[in-house]
Design a protein. Structure first.
Length: 201
């Protein structure tokens, strides 16, 4: 899966912790400054290295990040040009209705303002659209185990991860699993399954 640089205000740490955890469940590698910048590291060079190594860059937008001028100082003045040159795909993530900076208004954002589950599903589709499908390398016994676990495991995040894995590796077998997922007890699992069905089947 993809390495994803997540840029955010420290005021939005709680949201970003949840987002990073959910992206990791789907096999992505989130990069956040609080986890990657260690005492003694050069902040600017570590951030620039994280950006260079990433395929996607998520910019978390909220009233707090706008009022702190975090987006202006971190993006417009420092990283916007370098991101464009490196062709890293930038995905704004809106967690509160706020005044979006002019240099981000031309980009479609993932809208988390009404529902985390819906926003996360839209974000997952955006991340998946830029990636080629996985090769068909899974043994059929593993596929059967994933299908079973996606339907029956007691942990919500395990069901989500297994359903997504079946869709990634064996889209020809994923539709029944996703249809069952639309009846899952957890919002994020139901919405994720429905979004994939609507987009690909």
């Amino acid at each position: 899966m993809a390495k994803i640089f997540i840029s955010h205000s420290s005021n939005d740490d709680h949201f970003v912790e949840q987002l990073s955890s959910d992206l990791a469940i789907l096999g992505h590698k989130p990069w956040t400054d609080d986890k990657q910048i260690l005492p003694g590291d050069s902040i600017l060079s570590t951030i620039e290295k994280g950006l260079t190594e990433s395929r996607y860059c998520i910019v978390v937008l909220s009233n707090k990040s706008m009022s702190s001028k975090w987006v202006e100082t971190e993006w417009k003045e420092r990283y916007w040009d370098s991101l464009n040159k490196q062709k890293i795909k930038i995905i704004p993530v809106l967690i509160e209705h706020c005044d979006i900076p002019s240099f981000l208004r031309g980009l479609k954002y993932a809208d988390f303002t009404e529902s985390y589950a819906v926003g996360f599903s839209h974000l997952s589709l955006a991340l998946s659209s830029g990636m080629s499908r996985m090769p068909n390398i899974l043994d059929i016994d593993i596929v059967h185990a994933l299908e079973h676990t996606a339907r029956t495991h007691h942990e919500d995040h395990i069901r989500l991860a297994c359903a997504h894995t079946v869709w990634s590796f064996r889209p020809d077998r994923a539709r029944p699993v996703l249809e069952d997922g639309t009846r899952d007890m957890r919002d994020i699992n139901r919405v994720h399954a429905q979004m994939l069905l609507d987009e690909f089947y």
